[in-house]
Design a protein around this ligand. Structure first.
Ligand SMILES: Nc1ncnc2c1ncn2[C@@H]1O[C@H](COP(=O)(O)OP(=O)(O)O)[C@@H](O)[C@H]1O
Ligand SMILES: [Mg+2]
Length: 335
């Protein structure tokens, strides 16, 4: 599937510009400052969230169910009013300058909420009209073709498969040529093949200059898609990191040495190695960086020093930390 808003390659740059190609200004596309949301009834759903999203990036907001992902994007999109704090979209305050801010945004909601009896063409065209944009059948056609919905344009929504309905939601969100697209759990409950296709669509949109913010509770989705990852837990943004930096952390490995006899402390002779005593002194855990090709892992030196101390190793195994473990340990820390 190819996603191009223009049939002619030459015209592509113009289209990308109209879709919000990274502009010369360099200012963030989204600026969220000290957001709090306390729902009626007192539930504190967002706690002092500050975040900047750069133009043209894919940002993944990762968090378990109930963490506050939908609330955060609903506040940014102006659908839910913050209790305090502010949001700017392309420089427009999303309360005092609501219309301009909202016009920048396309939102693909978490829930499938389509009018069953409308046709694909009508529902997508209508979405554009909601933003007061003049009719532009050529743009609607490009969007539908890009999402492989063109053949289905006269179908009623109730005739479509779940995957097709999701595409329609994306098409609706793109109808008014937004500069930034929010996708709230775009692939929750979709099969693997469709998930791959959705990822491809998102990448192509980014290549067209659209800033993408997606929420997900699938770690591999964040890992696969994002330029940066924000982790939200219990309404707090606990981590915002370049994916590449997280990947370097993924490069850390652990070697666990199960000992014949328990130790009280890490022996002084081994102090030069990054060791921790675990399992009531029955295991030594050595952490090392697999990305340090030149200096080596240090395992050979460690084993030689161990031998010299006379400590007997019964068994050993290695494991690699993953984003999942980082995530799980963050969740546990906060629990
Ligand atoms: N309108 C509301 N009133 C009260 N609590 C709400 C409301 N909407 C969401 N919540 C609560 O806020 C928390 C975050 O919800 P949500 O943002 O939907 O989480 P996520 O999208 O990460 O799964 C949840 O505990 C949810 O029950
Ligand atoms: Mg949600």
């Amino acid at each position: 599937m190819t996603l191009s808003f223009s049939q002619e390659p030459k015209a592509r740059a113009d289209t990308a510009a109209s879709l919000g190609q990274r502009t010369a200004t360099g200012s963030p596309m989204i600026q969220v400052a000290q957001l709090d949301k306390i729902f009626e009834g007192g539930f504190h759903a967002l706690k002092n969230v500050s975040l900047e999203i750069q133009r043209g990036e894919i940002f993944a907001l990762l968090g378990p169910n109930g963490a506050g992902k939908t609330t955060l994007i609903s506040v940014i999109c102006g659908l839910v009013r913050a209790s305090s704090g502010s949001v700017r979209v392309d420089g427009h305050d999303n309360v005092s300058d609501y219309r301009q801010a909202r016009a920048m945004i396309g939102l693909v909601p978490q829930e499938l909420t389509n009018e069953a009896f409308t046709t694909v063409w009508d529902t997508v065209s209508f979405s554009r009209g909601l933003f007061g944009k003049p009719k532009n059948p050529a743009h609607i056609e490009n969007v539908l073709r890009a999402l492989t919905l063109w053949e289905k344009r006269d179908n009623r929504l109730l005739q479509l498969s779940g995957g097709m309905k999701r595409r329609v939601l994306i098409a609706k969100a793109l109808a008014h040529e937004p500069k930034v697209l929010f996708l709230d759990e775009p692939t929750a409950g979709v099969d693997v093949e469709l998930r791959r296709e959705m990822w491809e669509v998102v990448r192509q949109l980014r290549d067209q200059g659209v800033t993408i913010i997606l929420t997900t509770h699938y770690i591999e989705e964040a890992e696969e898609m994002a330029d940066r990852i924000g982790v939200i837990l219990g309404g707090e943004l606990v981590l915002v990191e370049e994916k590449a930096a997280l990947m370097r952390q993924l490069g850390r490995k652990e070697l666990t040495l199960h000992l014949d006899q328990a130790l009280d402390d890490v022996p002084a002779a081994l102090a030069g190695h990054d060791l921790a005593l675990m399992e009531d002194g029955h295991a030594l855990v050595y952490t090392y960086d697999v990305t340090q090709q030149e200096e080596g892992t240090g395992i050979a030196g460690l084993l030689a020093d161990l031998e010299a101390t006379g400590i007997r190793v019964k068994d050993l195994h290695t494991r690699q930390s993953s984003l999942e473990e980082i995530f799980v340990s963050l969740v546990r820390e906060r629990a």
